[in-house]
Design a protein around this ligand. Structure first.
Ligand code: ZN
Ligand code: ZN
Length: 359
């Protein structure tokens, strides 16, 4: 098999070759058909997150190198371990060799409180593929347990792969803004029109949303947001931006999704909120900000963080996609060996939509 590994933090990925893996226990081997390139791969390869004020959260202690990155994986089951058979094991998933599947990379320990509540994505001893275990920048990936496999039911693997991270992340975050059918009644403000931003416009459509007002500094990405169907795309650095955003929403702002997650965007998001409004922060760009404390009670405002989403939410999203159609985001299909160029393009901010690597 062939894979692209992070061998040293801050360095490009290196190609490695080896024997095709053989499954043991409950493991399942999936032949990768498509692997989405996600912004968080950049944070992992850098080895840290910027917490603001000069503080950095190292991921190096939790990540053992060499590591094959890639956590948006679609493929075909090629081998099942002795305890992963369709009818065996307490949580076997009915998958068989030859099935096309989406791999839910967010696999927890299966035993902690978060895992037992179904929130494997919040596990403190995660076995996330492409993060803690070898992932999908390879032609084969070893999945620890069949419960992580979601049948594709004929969906296009190249379009479905991004659902595992960018689709699930935006779905879970938008659901957090969805109290009292607010999404259906009023446009949401979405900060950032990168891969997550375009996906969130599409997921909002699946949820029957009233539309998105996009805030983005890059004119090319504003154009992409408009092409995706945004109501408006506004440059936050232009004079009168806040007024223009409120005008595009048509009333007080009730919901803001911050897909950038910098000090600047979190402050902008909070300041935009009207009475009873909610800001959901998803992005991990990094930084810190200062907020006016009395404005929390005065506006009855809420801020919530959202990290990926649960396996159950991924299944709900797939059901929604099967019922209403695949999110139609621009995809840029490249050969697996072009992974380092894809990551460099993402770092430079020149990618529109999602790069999909195919082995
Ligand atoms: Zn991701
Ligand atoms: Zn756990």
């Amino acid at each position: 098999m062939r894979c692209y590994q992070l061998v040293e933090f801050g360095a490009p990925l290196s190609e490695a070759t080896g024997f095709r893996p053989v499954p043991t226990g409950s493991e399942v081997i999936v032949h990768v058909l498509a692997s989405g390139v996600c912004h968080s791969d950049l944070h992992i390869s850098e080895g840290h997150h910027d917490l603001g004020g000069g503080r950095k959260a190292s991921v190096a202690g939790r990540i053992h190198l060499p590591l094959t990155l890639g956590h948006e994986i679609a493929g075909v089951v090629v081998a099942l371990g002795p305890e992963a058979g369709p009818e065996r094991g307490p949580r076997a998933n009915g998958v068989a060799v030859g099935d096309a599947v989406l791999v839910c990379s967010w696999i927890g320990c299966g035993e902690c409180e978060a895992c037992l509540e179904g929130d494997e994505h919040l596990c403190r001893a995660p076995r996330f593929l492409g993060v803690n275990r070898d992932g999908g920048y390879a032609d084969f990936v070893t999945v620890p347990h069949p419960r992580a496999l979601v049948p594709l039911h004929g969906l296009d693997p190249r379009k479905a792969a991004p659902l595992v991270c960018s689709g699930l992340t935006t779905y879970s975050a938008l659901r957090k803004l969805d109290a009292n059918s607010r999404l259906q009644r009023k446009p949401v403000v979405i900060i950032g029109a990168g891969g997550l931003g375009l996906m969130s416009i599409e997921v909002l459509k699946l949820l029957g949303g009233a539309g998105a007002v996009v805030v983005e500094i890059d004119p090319r990405k504003r154009d992409a947001a408009m092409a995706q169907g945004a109501i408006a795309a506004i440059d936050p650095r232009a004079p009168g931006a806040a007024k223009a955003i409120r005008a595009a929403v048509g009333s007080e702002v009730s919901g803001v999704l911050d897909l950038v997650g910098s000090g600047e965007t979190a402050k902008l998001g909070f300041d935009l909120l009207g009475p009873g409004g909610k800001l959901v922060i998803v992005g991990l760009f990094g930084g810190e900000t200062t907020l006016s404390v009395p404005l929390f009670p005065m506006k009855s405002a809420k801020i919530e963080g959202s990290y990926i989403g649960s396996p159950a939410e991924l299944r709900a999203l797939i059901d929604l996609v099967r019922a209403k159609g695949m999110p139609d985001i621009p995809i840029d299909i490249r050969e697996l060996s072009e992974v380092n160029q894809a990551l460099a393009d993402l770092q430079a901010g020149t990618v529109i939509g999602r790069v999909i690597l195919v082995p």
